[in-house]
Design a protein around this ligand. Structure first.
Ligand code: FPP
Ligand code: MG
Length: 297
């Protein structure tokens, strides 16, 4: 279909970090002397396509203008086209997954279930001051689960795997995913419109309360200062309310503490790799986790 062809080319050209395929290839090679099978390529393609489909639908939900520096499909074409394109890419990804045989289809069915729950959890908790436990749980669903699926299936497609290895692969991906999401939430506070396509503080503006805000709320509460809490509870009804709230977060140690939290998860991720024998791919997995806290987009 020429329309779908045009749109999928537009999306492919927009780049992206391709982190999920990187996990597929690095774990596969770390566990099997550098070897990859054709199924690993199908898996890597499928996971990036599922991620892309989820972002297309996420942009519809958020009514987002820009993704990866380009207009979103909803803005360049229209929202109906964005919905069907997301469905189409998801369907094509599932065809690829089925062709890998093994556990991939079942693992990804469960993962998609979790992704949807994470996304709806986020939409239904707007302006709600959630606990850290709920914030981490949501990040696990929205982000870690897809990393886990990619890495676990990659490992299971190698001949050199056992339950302990699978647990290590899952633990790495879980902690890596949480750290990645925390840093994504931190980056949302920095003025990086050019790189991420989003104005600083966009999550807060939309009532999505992430680690920097939760830490800031905690800090102000300890000083009996409820200004930030009241502005959030009032859903920024006055025009200047969002700016005041944003500045309060920036003045607090919220961002700093969020980065420290991400670093703890990164350390955990790296520790999980201990039982895998040393090689350049394992080293790259550790470096990838460290990079997560240093990236600027
Ligand atoms: C982006 O997060 C969104 C996700 C990680 C998950 C979105 C999931 C769905 C829409 C449900 C699954 C749908 C399909 C088609 C598989 P973010 O909003 O924190 O990041 P952003 O700032 O880049 O938008
Ligand atoms: Mg979003």
């Amino acid at each position: 279909n020429s329309r779908l062809d045009e749109i999928t080319k537009y999306i492919s050209a927009s780049g992206g970090k391709k982190l999920r395929p990187a996990l597929v290839f690095l774990f596969a090679r770390a566990l099997n002397n550098g070897h990859l099978s054709s199924n690993h390529f199908y898996l890597a393609e499928a996971v990036e396509m599922i991620h892309t489909a989820s972002l297309i639908h996420d942009d519809v939900i958020d009514d987002a203008e820009i993704r990866r520096g380009l207009l979103t499909i909803g803005k360049k074409w229209n929202v109906k086209t964005a919905v069907i394109t997301g469905d189409f890419i998801l369907a094509r990804a599932l065809i690829k997954l089925v062709s890998t045989g093994g556990i991939a289809t079942e693992v990804f069915a469960n993962t998609l279930n979790e992704l949807c729950i994470g996304e709806i959890q986020q939409s239904s908790q707007k302006y709600k001051i959630i606990s850290f436990k709920d914030y981490i749980k949501k990040s696990e669903r929205k982000t870690s689960k897809l990393f886990i699926a990619a890495a676990e299936c990659a490992a299971s497609l190698t001949p050199c795997t056992n339950n302990l290895i699978i647990k290590a692969v899952r633990d790495y991906s879980l902690n890596f995913g949480i750290a990645f999401q925390i840093m994504d939430d931190v980056l949302n506070f920095t003025d990086n419109k050019f790189k991420t396509g989003k104005p600083a503080g966009n999550d807060l503006r939309n009532g999505i309360l992430t680690a920097p805000v939760l830490f800031a709320l905690d800090e102000y509460e300890q000083k009996n200062d409820y200004t930030l809490k009241n502005l959030i509870n009032g859903k920024f009804k006055d025009k200047k309310d969002f700016n005041t709230a944003f500045n309060l977060v920036m003045k607090s140690r919220g961002i700093c503490r969020a980065i420290e939290l991400a670093e703890l998860y990164i350390k955990e991720a790296i520790k999980s790799l201990d039982i895998i024998e040393d090689n350049i791919y394992k080293k790259a997995l550790a470096e990838l986790a460290v990079y997560t806290a240093k990236r600027d987009y």
